[in-house]
Design a protein around this ligand. Structure first.
Ligand SMILES: NC(=O)c1ccc[n+]([C@@H]2O[C@H](COP(=O)([O-])OP(=O)(O)OC[C@H]3O[C@@H](n4cnc5c(N)ncnc54)[C@H](O)[C@@H]3O)[C@@H](O)[C@H]2O)c1
Length: 327
């Protein structure tokens, strides 16, 4: 399978490495608008400079048809890159968020539906060994029905770049992973939610870096999310800390370790599933299997649109102070 990667700086490194590790996916070429980044990546990855183009249409003109596009540009460019690829009949694996706005995401989904071409999203957190183990323990029935979920996320990264300028960086760029995990774990989407966001006095982000969200899911489960991207210590892992209060016990995830306790029983550590691939390796192989062998992907746009709707409903709740009802 031959792919073009659009955007080779930043998170593009993870995809350059994933394709280089893959036995079944190879690069046909790259698109990068920043010449300094192109030069640095040519040196770091031994790329042929003649295969790096300035735009996707230019790359497609030069390379002819390819089997897939991996889009690793910042969110505001996701729509243009995706529409170009889908119009050319080329499947797209795009980084999260599907788009920087709900309108863009809906336009991208509409194009995927109109063309019948695959558009799938890199929600890598839902395909980690940790997430897949939690999902399996919840599904195996010993804890009974989930009643409530509590999610806590605290980190203080200094990224620079678009995240420090965008509105709601925590919610749109980071917590989207945790919200998507909630949808994955609970097999449901929120029916109503309310939320509050704020920017601590010491924040280095322009938009609100902290938020608290309360969500009632369509299947009756209630979830609370508290997070900050300008925490000054005692950080949680990127996966966050989780507590599932269930009918017959509790499942907890602390520091990437899973513990359960059933009614009257002892606390019991749960070993992570042994998985062949996770992260970008999983997503890339999942994309390959979808394009070449017609298999389903883990986060197609048709499903992921509900994660995007959830994220922008939370933004709306923060901006208006209203309780938001989702369709
Ligand atoms: N899944 C994850 O865990 C994860 C982690 C980090 C970033 N991301 C996502 O990856 C995407 C990129 O984020 P980043 O941190 O790498 O951003 P970045 O700004 O560090 O890098 C983006 C790269 O794309 C290039 N670029 C920008 N516009 C372009 C265009 N129109 N055509 C070609 N190249 C273009 C830039 O020059 C740069 O090299 C975002 O959607 C972000 O949310 C996902």
């Amino acid at each position: 399978m031959k792919v073009i990667q659009v955007g080779i700086g930043g998170m593009g490194n993870a995809w350059l490495n994933a394709v280089n590790r893959s036995e079944v996916v190879q690069f046909a070429g790259f698109v990068e608008i920043n010449e300094e980044i192109s030069a640095a990546q040519v040196a770091a990855y031994d790329l042929d400079p003649a295969t790096i183009y300035k735009s996707l249409p230019e790359a497609l003109d030069a390379l002819g048809s390819v089997d897939g596009v991996i889009n690793v540009t910042p969110p505001q460019f996701h729509k243009a890159v995706t529409l170009t690829a889908l119009d050319a009949g080329i499947p797209v694996l795009t980084e999260k968020p599907l788009a920087g706005t709900l309108d863009d995401a809906q336009a991208m989904l509409a194009k995927a539906e109109e063309t019948g071409i695959l558009l799938t999203v890199a929600q890598n957190y839902r395909c980690s060994a940790l997430a897949r183990t939690v999902k399996q323990v919840l599904a195996d029935g010993q804890l009974g029905a989930v009643g409530a979920v509590d999610v806590r996320f605290f980190k203080g990264p200094h990224f620079g770049g678009f995240r420090e300028e965008m509105p709601h960086p925590l919610i749109i760029d980071m917590a989207i992973h945790h919200f998507d995990m909630l949808r994955y774990f609970l097999d449901s989407s929120p029916a109503t939610l309310y939320a509050h966001s704020w920017n601590p006095s010491w924040s280095w982000f322009g938009g609100d870096a902290s938020a608290a969200v309360n969500m009632s899911f369509q299947n009756g489960i209630v979830a609370n999310y508290t997070g900050s991207w300008c925490s000054q210590g005692i950080e949680t892992p990127w996966n966050a800390h989780w507590r599932f209060d269930c009918e017959n016990g509790v499942l907890s995830v602390e520091d990437d370790a899973i513990t359960i306790q059933t009614l009257g029983g002892e606390k019991q550590p749960i070993e992570l599933l042994s998985v062949e691939r996770q992260g970008q390796d999983f997503l890339l192989h999942n994309f390959y299997e979808a394009v070449m062998n017609g298999q389903p992907t883990i986060a197609p746009a048709q499903d992921n649109i509900h994660t995007v709707e959830m994220v922008f409903a939370i933004v709306n709740a923060c901006d208006t102070g209203q309780v938001i009802k989702l369709g």
